[in-house]
Design a protein around this ligand. Structure first.
Ligand code: UDP
Length: 363
């Protein structure tokens, strides 16, 4: 079976790594890796490929940044040529970025079977570009690989066609984290950032709803001020967030905060080392809600909703949006968190990718 594995953005690289490894062990698979180029620079792409031991892509589409429509259209146009030339039996897409949607649409219209990894997740918030991508990709995928029970429920509620197979396989992002744990432990990111022995919060923020307007960026600034009252704060800054802070003239105000440290986006090992020694994480990332749940680190999610509810019901996550009162309470709770008494969700055992590959082989 010739499989086109499509990646485009940072979270995709982390999810595809264990799947490629699992495919390598099974003779039925001929895995082709296609990088759309949605994220392309060293800190968002190259370094992760090295650390996660992802092979050099067979094809790079170099689409680069752009508006949603342009980016999606560019990926579709370039992928269609590639798929017509080299007809794969299956297109495997991961997550919810524009490349995920573009590849699924292109493949489905050429009559190629689609497998979606991380299917069924729903925030029920149609203002999120990712929610639109998730819904559409799930409708046109034949194989729906699901990471948590809520995803199975959502797919059942929406209705599955006869030829659609939904399987609860667990979480490939956690496969990567479990596999890389020794390398993650071997780095010492906190020391390199001058945070040794200090209690700190690790922060990431990049969702358009938080960083695309001056109004919300000022609220983010207040969140950081509040957090700096309790902990040191380290912010590996996403390129989108940095660009918007510069655009609204807010970068110097953030840099002037006391006990505040800003860095470039970190490598995967360094970032998770930083997270695993943090007192808490504040984030609007999807994947990081899951990683903190697995690591047993309190996570304060700067969003009003989550498509990953297991991180709340069984994990360490709490939703606060940008409400200062809720964040103040969550910071207090984080200080009292007892990691020794904590157990992560059961199916997140580091073997999701094997279950995906087995399900594809058996079909
Ligand atoms: N991450 C990283 N370096 C950083 C920040 C995040 O390697 O400086 C990793 C993080 O551990 C997680 C992934 O990037 O695995 C999340 O990516 P992102 O927040 O861009 O996407 P989302 O999860 O929101 O889709």
């Amino acid at each position: 079976m010739r499989v086109f594995n499509i990646v485009g953005a940072r979270p995709n690289f982390i999810k595809i790594a264990p799947i490629l490894r699992a495919m390598k062990d099974v003779s039925e698979f001929e895995a082709v890796l296609v990088h759309t180029g949605q994220h392309y620079d060293r800190v968002m792409s190259g370094l992760l490929f090295e650390q996660l031991d992802i092979p050099i892509p067979h094809h790079c589409l170099n689409v680069g940044s752009g508006t949603h429509a342009r980016q999606t259209a560019e990926v579709m146009t370039r992928l269609e040529d590639l798929m017509l030339e080299d007809r794969p039996d299956l297109v495997l897409v991961v997550g919810d970025v524009n490349s995920t949607l573009a590849a699924a649409l292109t493949g489905a219209k050429l009559g190629i079977r689609i497998a979606h990894v991380e299917a069924g997740l729903r925030s029920f918030d149609m203002s999120m570009p990712e929610e639109i991508n998730r819904l559409l990709v799930d409708r046109i995928s034949e194989f729906l690989f699901v990471s948590e029970p809520s995803g199975m429920e959502n797919l059942q509620n929406e209705g599955l066609r006869e030829n659609q197979h939904a399987v609860l396989v667990g979480n490939v992002m956690i496969d990567s984290l479990a596999a890389c744990l020794p390398a993650i432990k071997a780095t010492n990111a906190a020391a390199r950032l001058g945070l040794s022995g200090k209690k700190y919060a690790a922060v990431t923020v990049h969702r358009p709803s938080n960083v695309d307007t001056e109004e919300t960026l000022l609220q983010v600034l207040s969140v950081l001020e509040e957090t700096c009252e309790v902990f040191h704060v380290v912010l590996p800054i996403h390129p989108r967030t940095r660009a918007n802070l510069e655009r609204f003239g807010l970068l110097s105000r953030i840099m002037a905060l006391p006990r505040f440290h800003m860095t470039q986006p970190l490598g995967y090992f360094e970032f998770l080392n930083l997270v695993s020694h943090a007192s808490c994480v504040l984030t609007d990332s999807g994947g990081l809600q899951e990683e903190t749940t697995w690591l047993g680190i309190p996570c304060i999610t700067l969003r009003e909703n989550t498509e990953r509810p297991i991180t709340i019901s069984e994990g360490t996550n709490v939703l606060t949006g940008l409400s200062i009162n809720k964040i103040r309470r969550a910071l207090q709770t984080a200080q009292a968190f007892d990691r020794a008494a904590y157990q992560p969700p059961k199916l997140w055992d580091g073997h999701a990718a094997e279950r995906i590959v087995n399900a594809l082989v058996q079909d």
